[in-house]
Design a protein around this ligand. Structure first.
Ligand code: ATP
Ligand code: MG
Length: 374
């Protein structure tokens, strides 16, 4: 296989983990910081070049590690003919209006919604969607940011004032008003699609969020739910003619899945695949965008992942716990920031639970609340 140069739009941990997965395959990754227009080495963070045109010229393939990319940059990349997945797919992940339309077009179940750009549309949304209601900015939201919960009508004025600010501050902004879904749990499906239409999906992960941020993901083996999720995955991926890894987040309402949102990229809830699958999501993403056959996605042993949020050290005792794999991202410490994750593997689900308990006993409850509740 010939050497491939892949340019990743975005220079965070996802580009870093693509780089780690690509190296043995002779796939080199350069990362493009869309704010500074610097080309960055994804492991050392050294600046290795400047400017989008240079970055594009040096790449065989261009992909993205996040969806909030200026459309002007996406268009230049698209014109080069090297961008995978397409601009359309990346925009669907970065604009909840386009995303909701896509879910409707693909005929997959999702929460009832309407779009708000002014006060009278807010009133109409309250009548149409009902209370409680979740309000989300169409552009720029992540990790639960840019969201409001309308639980009682008394909150209408104060929420409107905040939403109005958001509408005024961001060009082309809108708010998606969504029914509150009384879900039992949240699951996600990560899969990959190649240009020839081949699709592989990993086992579903069950996800526990704390304050809107993913804390714990566990791969699950539930064939009926898996089949439901896979059908929805195929409908969405085919609709987009998608190339690469795609993540879909679902609400599980008594065994029926509703799509919450999609991410047109490798995803935090798929990090467990680094230790729990034969071929991890980062490698499968590179295989898909480089138009290579997709790799085995089966669960090879019970596996979970816990995020390290806002910490840059862990007790050394973690090395005494068998089958815990720590992955640091090399980022500067900031409160709540995703700094790394730990993948935990076991021979059985009982053993996985035991190991998670051991891990909880050495990690502070304030930083790992989901682990302690487990
Ligand atoms: P991410 O970090 O996944 O990008 P996000 O900021 O894009 O998150 P969502 O995934 O849409 O936002 O919402 C964050 C969390 O809020 C969800 O994981 C879920 O727990 C809750 N939530 C979102 N929408 C609804 C809804 N309609 N009903 C109930 N809970 C919801
Ligand atoms: Mg989400």
């Amino acid at each position: 296989m010939v050497n491939q140069q892949v340019l990743v739009l975005g220079a965070g941990q996802l580009a870093r983990m693509m780089s780690l997965a690509g190296a043995p395959l002779n796939i080199d990754i350069a990362a493009f910081d869309v704010d500074s227009e610097k080309i960055i080495h994804p492991l050392t963070q050294h600046v290795i070049g400047h400017g989008l045109n240079n970055a594009i010229a040096q790449a065989n393939v261009i992909t993205a590690e996040f969806e909030h990319i200026p459309h002007s940059i996406l268009e230049v990349c698209e014109r080069s003919g090297k961008l995978q997945p397409s601009t359309q797919a990346i925009k669907a992940g970065g604009d909840r209006r386009i995303e909701k339309q896509l879910l409707d077009d693909a005929n997959v179940a999702n929460a009832k919604y309407t779009i708000i750009t002014n006060r009278s549309e807010f009133d109409a949304a309250i009548a149409y969607v009902g209370v409680p209601m979740v309000l989300k900015t169409a552009l720029g939201g992540y990790d639960g940011k840019g969201q409001w919960r309308l639980k009682q009508l008394e909150q209408v004025e104060s929420i409107w004032q905040e939403m109005e600010q958001s509408l005024l501050n961001t060009p082309h902004q809108a708010i998606v008003a969504e029914e509150f879904v009384p879900f039992g749990r949240e699951v996600s499906l990560i899969g990959a699609r190649r240009a020839n239409g081949d699709i592989v999906v990993y086992p579903l992960a069950e996800n526990i969020h704390v304050d809107g941020v993913l804390s714990l993901s566990t791969a699950i083996n539930e064939p009926e739910l898996q089949e439901q999720a896979k059908k929805m995955f195929i409908a969405i991926a085919d609709k987009l003619n998608y190339v690469g890894v795609l993540a879909i987040e679902f609400f599980d309402v008594e065994g029926l899945l509703l799509v919450n949102e999609i991410a047109p990229r490798v995803h935090n809830s798929g990090h467990w695949t680094q230790q729990g699958a034969e071929v991890c999501q980062f490698e499968n993403h590179l295989r898909a965008v480089c138009n290579l056959p997709l790799g085995d996605t089966r669960l090879i042993r019970p596996t979970a992942m816990v995020n390290i949020l806002g910490l840059d050290t862990l007790p050394e005792a973690i090395f005494d716990i068998p089958n815990c794999h720590t992955h640091w991202y090399g980022k500067e410490k900031r409160s709540g920031r995703k700094m790394g994750h730990i993948n935990i593997c076991a021979d059985s689900s009982e053993q996985l639970n035991d190991t998670l308990k051991k891990l909880a006993s050495i990690l502070p409850v304030a930083d790992f609340p989901a682990l302690h509740k487990h």
